[in-house]
Ligand binder design. Structure first.
Ligand code: SF4
Length: 347
């Protein structure tokens, strides 16, 4: 039987581990320091642990750190790291996006995705499995640029709030004093609106929330995002309206601009209506076509006009800069490319 992984365990879980091994309680804190504050890759490198403690640990546990197997760098400084998973030929992607005084890491939370959004390459891969908290933390920990990291967004492959237990554990580790001690104000979790997960996240975390909206009209949203059939956006917005975000916590809406579909004056009007009463920001995102979708991106003029109209109506709206286009930076494109390559090699 394989050894259990230490990376991704919370302090409480590490306390159980050391208790089970008959080691003093303070050893748990020492281990969490090595796991989350220092860059050790072997249990033997935990030099302030007694030899007895290290030997006992090594018998049943391993660190669980994994290096990326591939990195692609864009001319604009964006880097995409590819990690192997437990599923043959399936990979997850992590994107490092430097931008003036901000260095953002976009992490994945699942291998593939169940949600089947019409515009998404990850959705087209189908769902292979959940990422453990350790596999999520590993994307941060193994990053060569880790020291310069300022922000983390859960916007990579998968729907984070369809993997609530592991995502919440990873958030605890990233934001706790015993862990990576990063401010929750520097972390954003994005969701298409999985209501039970959203409630859990809102009540048990301090991180920002981003909701993928993409159209204010129900029938259109059903075509773009099947989740609308289960968790209608009006129910999602009701929860947001009723929740007290306080002064520092933010909610934002992601809006991919599809030509002739969701980019009209009617959409501006309806957006203003459904978002009335919510203090928020809208991020407009250019769509760069992915294979096998009937969708096209709106043109620049339309996107600018859409932004101006929303701003005029009092909704702070920005256009997200496209990054890493030359390295397939849209979620799921690089891993799909690698999957196809491996499959071709298999034949
Ligand atoms: Fe899944 Fe997000 Fe892609 Fe939708 S957009 S299929 S939720 S990864």
């Amino acid at each position: 039987m394989g050894k259990e992984i230490l990376l991704g365990k919370t302090l409480d879980e590490l306390t159980e581990v050391v208790k089970g091994l008959g080691l003093p309680k303070f050893t748990a804190k020492q281990i969490s320091d090595w796991l989350y504050k220092k860059d050790v890759n072997e249990i033997d490198e935990m030099t302030n642990l007694s030899l007895k403690a290290r030997t006992a640990l090594k018998e049943k546990f391993e660190l669980g750190t994994t290096a990326s197997t591939k990195v692609e760098a864009s001319v604009d400084g964006t880097k995409k790291y590819l990690y192997p998973t437990n599923h043959p030929n399936k990979f997850i992607e992590t994107a490092f996006i430097p931008d003036r005084d901000r260095n953002t890491l976009c992490v994945s939370s699942q291998v593939g995705c169940k949600m089947g959004c019409l515009f998404c390459m990850t959705g087209k891969q189908g769902f292979q499995g959940q990422l453990s908290s350790g596999k999520i933390i590993n994307q941060i920990r193994s990053l060569p640029e880790r020291e310069s990291l300022t922000n983390i967004v859960y916007m990579g492959m998968g729907e984070p709030l369809d993997n609530v237990p592991e995502v919440m554990k990873s958030l605890e580790i990233i934001t706790s004093e015993y862990g990576m001690a990063m401010s929750p104000r520097r972390i954003t979790v994005s969701t298409i609106g999985i209501i039970p997960g959203m409630i859990e996240f809102l009540n048990h975390s301090e991180c920002h929330l981003a909701i993928s909206l993409h159209t204010p009209f129900d029938e259109e949203r059903k075509k773009l995002m099947p989740v609308q059939n289960v968790y209608p956006i009006k129910d999602v917005l009701k929860i947001v309206k009723d929740f007290d975000f306080g002064r520092q916590r933010r909610v934002s809406f992601e809006y991919i601009m599809f030509k002739g579909i969701n980019d009209t004056a009617n959409h501006v009007k309806e957006l203003c209506r459904i978002l009335d009463g919510i203090k928020c920001r809208i991020n407009l995102i250019r769509f760069h076509p992915v294979p096998d979708t009937p969708l096209d991106g709106s043109d620049e003029q339309t996107i600018e006009f859409f932004k101006d109209q929303l701003n005029k109506k009092g909704i702070t709206t920005t256009i997200r800069r496209s990054r890493g286009l030359d390295i397939f930076a849209a979620c799921g494109l690089l891993s799909t490319k690698e999957l196809v390559k491996r499959q071709n090699e298999d034949f």
